[in-house]
Design a protein around this ligand. Structure first.
Ligand code: G3P
Length: 220
């Protein structure tokens, strides 16, 4: 399972990178806004994506904001030119699906975002998306079942041998990661806080404290 960090903040990316388990980065317009707020100035979008690509060898998702075919194609080509590891994020709308087909033909990989149903995921895969991003947390937020959605997508893709990778997005806590891994999701993209929580366990802390205390007594 690949681990991506869901942020446009360079400090957070560096911190995750230092753990040695980071495979890529996903960003979106809201995360760009947050990174700009933290920096105290409006970060240039393309320049920030380039900075991220310089930090991380793996895939870096950068999202278009156009919602018409020509606009999506223009933005996608400009983003793809930044670096080889840029994956263009395209929303799961009619014009987006048309663009995914055309971008795939142009050799540009797409992360199809804002997926909330198995039929949307099926169409995105047929169009040639490299990744599909079901938003687990946002589905849970409306008292529905994000993991069930992902389970169905994985089953459908398996039934027909689609190559589109399932990228569990909108992850809010470690149990989302556990369930995504049990279901066989290809990627989980998480905020830094969730990545850190993955390795925490109180029994590890208690056990270590006891070992170190016994070691000190043994030394005396
Ligand atoms: O990058 C898309 C997704 O991960 C957004 O997550 O927490 O804003 O629902 P969230």
């Amino acid at each position: 399972m690949k681990f991506f960090i869901d942020t446009a903040d360079l400090d957070e990316i560096r911190e995750a990178q230092d753990l040695g388990v980071l495979d890529g980065v996903t960003t979106n317009p809201s995360l760009m806004k947050s990174a700009s707020e933290k920096a105290g100035r409006k970060l240039d979008f393309h320049a920030q994506i380039l900075r991220i690509c310089e930090l991380v060898d793996g895939d870096v998702s950068a999202e278009v904001t156009a919602v018409d075919f020509d606009g999506i194609m223009g933005e996608a080509h400009a983003l793809a030119r930044i670096r080889d590891n840029v994956v263009v994020k395209v929303p799961l709308i009619l014009e987006g699906i048309k663009a995914i087909r055309a971008l795939d033909a142009d050799g540009i990989r797409v992360n199809c975002t804002l997926c909330f149903s198995p039929t949307q995921a099926l169409i995105a895969a047929k169009a040639g998306a490299a990744y599909i991003s079901p938003f687990l947390g946002r589905v849970d937020d409306i008292s529905a079942d994000g993991l069930k959605l992902m389970e169905e997508i994985i089953m459908i893709y398996g039934n027909y041998g689609f190559k589109t990778e399932v990228l569990a997005a909108s992850i809010r806590h470690p149990m989302h990661v556990v369930q995504a891994a049990l279901l066989g999701a290809d990627v989980a993209t998480m905020p830094l806080g969730v990545i850190k929580k993955l390795l925490n366990h109180p029994l590890t802390d208690i056990g270590l404290e006891r070992f170190l205390s016994d070691w000190r007594q043994y030394q005396d």
